[in-house]
Structures are given as structure tokens and as C-alpha cells.
Design a protein around this ligand. Structure first.
Ligand code: B12
Length: 214
């Protein structure tokens, strides 16, 4: 399935990709596995864009295919685990300078399905707005999604602002999105980094239960 799905993405064959996903979901394939394959395919499309083989139109089209697949995966991702009520509140956004939101939307959906109350601020969100929302809602978690390197500057500003306002100590800052790494996390001074939505939920829970390893 992996190769065929990737190929359908790279050849911009929307209906073929949707049919493969539908068939596999129907026969019980893990929705997270399908998500991982789509992510890899999108990464390859990104690489081809970088080398000039693909243009912005391919990036836009693949995003549309991914959106359609997300719509098919979501009900399966939601019913994967039972909802629990040990969840908290999260302010979530793609920071200023970055308009990518496909991954963010999936994590938001999965968090909500797990009982988290998520204030989704959308994309291109100025650091001040993110921090204001943390202050306004009293949310203990700030989640930031970044796909392009300039977003690191905004992430850094958001973290500095939290510090300035005396909110840093009581806010768990978790980052994710294709461009983030453990090294970036350390440099930014965030608390956690992952590309895996299930791990993100686990880390947030651990923090809320006072079990986050320091
Ligand atoms: C689709 C896409 C677009 C679409 C976005 C549509 C949308 N609504 O999001 C469009 C066409 C709009 C676009 C625009 C641009 N893009 Co673009 N895009 C991509 C592409 C191909 C796929 C991204 C994607 O959605 N992946 C699938 C999702 C599911 O993966 P994900 O976001 O990583 O999310 C997963 C995890 O990371 C995690 N996660 C996500 N967020 C969070 C947050 C938290 C807290 C946690 C815990 C986890 C988590 O959950 C997901 C689960 O699998 C990437 C290639 C790549 N390597 O990623 C380039 C890429 C990101 N784009 C790139 C560029 C350059 C651009 C443009 C500047 C192009 C241009 N010249 O205009 C503009 C940017 C405009 C801007 N200011 O943001 C570059 C960035 C390079 C860089 N390092 O800075 C990339 C890497 C392509 C490349 N190799 O050159 N893009």
C-alpha cells in the first residue's frame, strides 16, 4: 500500500490516492500508519519543489489531496482510543510567518477527541496573540506548529513573551511540525518536541499529571 499511495501522491492522482485510503481503512489498516505514509509523500513533494522539479501548483494540489484524506482518517483517529477526562486546556497555533496547517489540524482534532479543550488560533498568529490567549484562558499548555524555518523567530518571541509576563513557569510549551527537531526545541527553550500526535497527547497528559520527566 505504501508505495502505491506515495506514487499516487507524487503523480497527483487524487482519486487513486483516495481509493487506496478508503480500501485500506475498510480492511482495518491503522489510520496513523496511513497518516505517516501521506506525511512522507508530502515530504518528497516538498523536496521536489525545493529542487525545482515541482512548482507551487503541485504543493497546493497535494495539500488538497491531503485535506481530503484527513477528512477520511479523522473519524478513525477519533475512535481509536476512548475519550478520557484527564485532559486540559491547550492554546494551539501556527506562528507568525507560517501558513501551513494540515498537520496542526490533525493534532487539534486528535487532542479534542481525547478530551482536551483546544483554542485553535489558526495560522500566521503573532506571538502577542498567542500569549494573550494563554493569559486570557489560563491554559497550561501552548502548542506551536511550524513547517518553515522563519516560524522559529516567532516561536522564540512567544516563549520570551511568556517569560516577560511571568507565565513561562506554568506553561508547558510543546512544538511540532515538519521543520522542528529536538535541537530546535533546545535552542528555543521549549519543553517538548514531537512529530507524533499520539506522543504529543501523552506528553501533555504527563505534564498535567505532574509526571513530565525534567
Ligand atoms: C503542503 C505544503 C504547502 C501548502 C500548505 C497548505 C496548508 N494548508 O497547510 C502550501 C501550498 C500553502 C505551502 C506554501 C508554502 N510552502 Co510549503 N509545503 C508543503 C509540504 C509539501 C507539506 C506540508 C504538510 O502539510 N505535510 C503533512 C503534515 C501532516 O505534516 P506536518 O505538518 O509535519 O504534521 C505532522 C507532524 O509534524 C505533527 N505536527 C504538526 N504540527 C504539530 C504541532 C505540535 C505541537 C505537535 C506536537 C505536532 C505537530 O502532526 C502531523 C502528524 O503527522 C511541505 C513539505 C514538507 N517537507 O513538509 C512544504 C514546505 C513546508 N513548504 C515550504 C515552502 C518554502 C513554502 C512556501 C514559502 C512556498 C512559496 N514559495 O510560497 C509557502 C509558505 C508560505 C508561508 N508563509 O507559510 C518548504 C519550507 C522550507 C523551510 N525549511 O523553510 C517545505 C519544507 C518544502 C521544501 N522542501 O522546500 N506549502
Amino acid at each position: 500500500m505504501e508505495e502505491r499511495l506515495k506514487q499516487a501522491f507524487l503523480e497527483m492522482k487524487r482519486q487513486v490516492a483516495l481509493d487506496i485510503v478508503e480500501k485500506n481503512l475498510h480492511s482495518g489498516a491503522d489510520p496513523l500508519l496511513i497518516l505517516g505514509i501521506c506525511r512522507k509523500a508530502m515530504e518528497e513533494i516538498g523536496n521536489k519543489f525545493e529542487t525545482g522539479e515541482f512548482f507551487l501548483s503541485e504543493l497546493i494540489y497535494s495539500a488538497e489531496v491531503f485535506k481530503a484524506i484527513s477528512g477520511m482518517l479523522e473519524p478513525h483517529l477519533i475512535s481509536r482510543e476512548e475519550q478520557t477526562d484527564t485532559a486540559g486546556m491547550v492554546v494551539f497555533g501556527t506562528p507568525l510567518g507560517d501558513i501551513h496547517d494540515l498537520g496542526k489540524n490533525i493534532v487539534v482534532t486528535m487532542m479534542r477527541a481525547q478530551g482536551f479543550v483546544v483554542h485553535d488560533m489558526g495560522v500566521d498568529v503573532p506571538p502577542e496573540r498567542l500569549v494573550e490567549e494563554v493569559q486570557r484562558t489560563g491554559a497550561p499548555i501552548l502548542a506551536l506548529s511550524a513547517l518553515i524555518t522563519p516560524a522559529f523567530v516567532s516561536m522564540q518571541e512567544a516563549i520570551s513573551l511568556l517569560e516577560k509576563k511571568g507565565l513561562r513557569e506554568n506553561t508547558f510549551v510543546i512544538i511540532g511540525g515538519g521543520v522542528t527537531t529536538e535541537m530546535a526545541r533546545k535552542e528555543l527553550g521549549a519543553d517538548a518536541q514531537t512529530l507524533d500526535p499520539t506522543a504529543a497527547i501523552r506528553l501533555c497528559r504527563q505534564y498535567l499529571q505532574g509526571k513530565f520527566p525534567h
